[in-house]
Design a protein around this ligand. Structure first.
Ligand SMILES: *[C@@H]1O[C@H](CO)[C@@H](O)[C@H](O)[C@H]1NC(C)=O
Ligand SMILES: *[C@@H]1O[C@H](CO)[C@@H](O)[C@H](O)[C@H]1NC(C)=O
Length: 303
């Protein structure tokens, strides 16, 4: 009697257990963090491990910046993905011709009313990688020897953000100049994240062609090489230049002196007093009316 009771109880427990495991919707994905390059396709897999309901409700939501929005609802693809996404049985979402704005979390939700456990979901993190475009490089044209210099490289499109690398005469520059005998006499630092190549003091040997490359997992792009000239500060040249300047100044001064001696300035001063003469006579003329006619004639002549 007790044995039969135990057997019955065991059957009951087993059947309850079966009930729970069988009549439950359970989802699975083959890849929780897929990625693809822009313009490629991707499958966000949502596989149904177990279900008893015949016609479960399947929905996909996109979660970007914490804001969920529908991607697939009532058997329709939302406007954002219309014509470039579809559902592959049973619940996998396929997106074609990816754009960078597709980078987001996607949630597959399945509701099965006839099951004991009626709901399950899987969350997928999609990253759309964007290849770098040609970076903008800025290289100073000419810098005196011993002076510092900053070379810049920037790229704005790539995702994930690119790493930058600099080349001198087509040769990749060592991250740490001391680590490579070719660059061991140079004093520079490269910031791979910002793209800045900073020289603390240029040597003649640092002259040449510089270009930069931006690279991420999706690809790379380079700017065209630009020439940096490191020139000697020419002491002889500066002295000669100063002598030439002094010579020019002397010639001008000699010229002025000669002009003085030859009375050029004196003559012009006389001309000035001639011009002023009518003014000084003006008062006199009114005191001596008999001269008025003569003065008027002169005055109009001068003016
Ligand atoms: C893919 O999308 C881009 C815009 O994001 C569009 O210019 C291009 O024509 C599309 N390609 C295909 C094959 O649909
Ligand atoms: C670096 O400088 C040292 C000493 O001036 C010189 O012997 C060596 O050849 C230089 N190396 C390069 C790569 O220019």
């Amino acid at each position: 009697m007790a044995a039969r009771c135990r057997a019955a109880a065991a059957v009951l427990i087993i059947s309850i257990h079966l009930c729970i495991t069988t009549f439950a919707v359970i989802l699975r994905t083959t890849n929780k963090s897929p990625w693809a390059n822009e313009f490629e396709s991707i499958e966000l897999s949502c596989l149904i491990e177990s279900i008893s309901t015949n016609n479960p409700r399947i929905e996909w939501k996109k979660i970007k910046n914490g804001e969920p929005s529908y991607v697939y609802f009532e058997k329709h693809i939302s406007r954002d993905l219309e014509n470039r996404a579809y559902i592959k049985e049973p619940a996998t979402l396929v997106i074609t011709n990816l754009t960078r704005s597709d980078t987001a979390q996607y949630r597959c939700e399945v509701t099965a009313h006839m099951d004991h456990k009626t709901f399950d979901e899987v969350l997928i993190d999609l990253v759309v990688r964007v290849k770098p475009v040609v970076p903008r490089c800025s290289v100073p044209k000419a810098v005196p020897v011993g002076q510092p210099a900053e070379l810049r490289c920037t790229e704005d499109e790539a995702f994930p953000r690119p790493q930058y690398q600099w080349f001198h005469n087509q040769e990749e520059m060592a991250q740490d100049p001391k680590s490579n005998p070719k660059f061991s006499n140079s004093s520079y630092t490269i910031n791979r994240e910002t793209g800045t190549l900073l020289f603390t003091g240029l040597r003649k040997e640092d002259s040449g062609q510089y270009h930069c490359m931006a690279e991420n997992d999706a690809g790379y792009a380079e700017c065209t090489p630009q020439t940096l000239e490191v020139y000697d500060v020419n002491v002889v040249g500066i002295v000669l230049g100063m002598l030439a300047l002094a010579g020019v100044v002397m010639v001008i001064m000699v010229g002025i002196c000669c002009a003085c001696k030859n009375g050029y300035f004196v003559r012009s001063r006389e001309a000035g007093s001639n011009y002023k003469a009518p003014d000084s006579r003006d008062g006199l003329d009114y005191i001596k009316p008999e001269d008025e006619g003569g003065f008027r004639h002169k005055s109009s002549f001068v003016i």
